[in-house]
Design a binder for this molecule. Structure first.
Ligand SMILES: C[S@@+](CC[C@H](N)C(=O)[O-])C[C@H]1O[C@@H](n2cnc3c(N)ncnc32)[C@H](O)[C@@H]1O
Length: 327
């Protein structure tokens, strides 16, 4: 029976030689996956690896050494408290996108306390109408990461998610099926829609009925400029091109998508758009904040669609998410 230490040492060396940026972590996560043990328990005395597991581990290390993403090797990607299924045809959710959910939760907490404060004087002796179900929209949902996180973390919400790629949508459907009980456990609902996020709220589009009724729209859209091909093989060769590239300036999907968000949101509703770290305030007219500030209201041409445009940084301190409220 091979020792854990020896197996890991060989794997780490192989991954390091292949240029994997975090060989120790990846080797441990792959071994944790095949042994179905938490990573922290791998090196405990008595935690042995069978010959069958060692063989499966070697096969996964060989795949990872070709720079296949770790998440494709395990078939799983963590996102917030969820474990999502991923593989060829779908974008692997990234940790920085988790911040979008924090921003939604913070916004809803503020909105709820403002609504409670506004309702307080009328509350004396008057029965309150039951709370309205929040309507949250995820455009370009991919694996369903943001939609599922919102549906499980915002109790009672109705979440709608739109995705244009049939391959990605198939992964999203699988993930929704796996986590549906968790959504229902908090009184929520989730609907996946096949469609184009750049036209989805127009008459005949899958979200046309929601126009003017959404409380929050989130999106992690394709935003990489066409000529900025990522260097990491995991991204370049495995994330779908449809998920990455957003036209010559990276904003070709975001511009019409934000117009759909303006159709969807009620006045005061929140839009959150993830973007590249070079598309923040410092990018001036080529950045997301400037794009939203200049966008006209589709219902009232000549007036701005958005107010209170703010750019948020990720945990690494890089510009990452633009927030705006619907006027
Ligand atoms: C960067 S990925 C993000 C996926 C997911 N939101 C996440 O954060 O993991 C962008 C996604 O947008 C989808 N997409 C690209 N263009 C689209 C469009 N016009 N309408 C709807 N989805 C689109 C891609 O197929 C891909 O799944």
């Amino acid at each position: 029976m091979p020792s854990t230490r020896a197996l890991l040492a060989v794997a780490v060396e192989r991954l390091r030689t292949a240029g994997v940026p975090t060989p120790e972590v990846d080797a441990e996560l792959l071994l944790a996956h095949v042994t179905d043990r938490p990573r922290a328990m791998l090196r405990l005395a008595g935690a042995e690896v069978t010959d069958v597991q060692a063989e499966a581990f070697a096969a996964l290390v060989a795949r990872r050494a070709t720079r296949e993403p770790l998440q494709h090797c395990t078939g799983r990607a963590p996102f917030r408290h969820l474990e999502l299924r991923v593989g060829p045809g779908v974008f692997v959710p990234r940790p920085e996108t988790e911040l979008v959910v924090d921003l939604v939760l913070a916004h809803l907490a503020v909105s709820a306390s403002a609504a409670a404060a506004a309702a307080a004087p009328a509350a004396a002796g008057v029965p309150q109408a039951s709370a309205r179900r929040l309507v949250l929209v995820d455009l370009c949902t991919g694996s369903g990461a943001l939609a599922l996180a919102l549906a499980t973390e915002v109790p009672g919400a109705a979440v709608h998610a739109v995705e244009v790629s049939p391959d990605a949508l198939a992964w999203a459907r699988r993930n929704v099926a796996e986590h549906l009980r968790a959504v229902q456990a908090v009184g929520g609902a989730i609907a996946l829609h096949a469609g184009d996020a750049t036209t989805c709220a127009q008459p005949g589009g899958p979200l046309a009925e929601l126009a003017g009724g959404a409380d929050v729209v989130v999106t992690n859209p394709p935003y990489v400029p066409d000529d900025a091909v990522p260097r990491e093989p995991e991204v370049r060769d495995h994330d779908p091109h449809l998920a990455l590239f957003g036209g010559p300036d990276g904003l070709a999907v975001i511009r019409p998508l934000a117009r759909q968000a303006a159709r969807l949101l009620r006045p005061g509703g929140l839009l959150l758009v993830e973007h590249a770290d070079v598309q923040g305030e410092q990018a001036g007219a080529r950045g997301l904040p400037a794009l939203l500030r200049s966008q006209a209201d589709p219902a009232a041409p000549g007036t701005p669609a958005w107010r209170d445009v703010v750019d948020h940084h990720d945990l690494a301190g890089r510009p990452r998410i633009t927030a705006a409220l619907r006027r």
